[in-house]
Design a protein around this ligand. Sequence first.
Ligand code: PDD
Length: 285
Amino acid sequence: MPRIAYVNGRYLPGTEAGVSIEDRGFQFADGVYEVCEVRGGRLVDEGRHMARLDRSLSELRIARPMSAAALGTVLRETVRRNRVRDGIVYVQITRGVARRDFPFPPAGTRPTVVVTARNNDIARIEQMAAEGVAVVSVPDIRWGRVDIKTVGLLPNVLAKQTAREQGAREAWLVDAKGCVTEGASSNAWIVSADGTLVTRPLGPDILPGITRAVAIETAKALGLAFAERPFTLEEAYGAREAFMTSASQIVMPVTRIDGRPIGGGRPGPTAKALRRAYHQQAEIS
Ligand code: PDD
């Protein structure tokens, strides 16, 4: 339970914070969210996260409840009140509270805004990055617009639970053609057998990860051979390296897919280099 949560204009103790049972986020998963890394008490790539949030809101035609500047103030204040140094800040905006009815509620219904923040166990994440983590593959059964960061995450929840039950950190989702789309809460990458860094191109079938975008810039700055193209699970099994990216774990080496060792079962040089260089490329404010 976070110590302090922002809910619609008020900072409340976690035990007192809540939203209505008729909130459309609760009833229909009719809402969007963002997760932004906090590092040394500061926000990483806030501008890009706010731009993606705006895009998610406009794709769902939810009115933006406050300016990016005002929301930035709330994010920082929530981080400060929760004494977060290294962790994440979470913002969720739903279409608001209304009598349960599928079409949009009456014009003027105010969106619900919730912000929380928490520290991460950095030592544990660093240890995982040093050792590499396991992933398992599962069919991608999500809807057709997963480029919108909605709170409708049930397939991701089920995939993650499958991973957990098999002793893996993440699930890689596989489409009907046998290609990896992305992770349940991360983007997926390989270094192919010929040494090219590969990640799936943007489209309606993956989330446009902010960490993915910054990692691409980092790879270019490092002069790495890079290609945006789909890759199959079979290709991943034979890859030199595999890794995943997300705001909470940045670049995380994958050393096992479905029990098969990747790159000799040790984190590879590309993932390590990207992880090291990442925060020089990111905007920290
Ligand atoms: N997850 N793909 C999915 C399905 C995700 O849920 C996430 C992020 C990513 C990576 O996006 P980014 O680099 O912008 O964090 C890709 C967040 C961390 C979460 O749901 O907790």
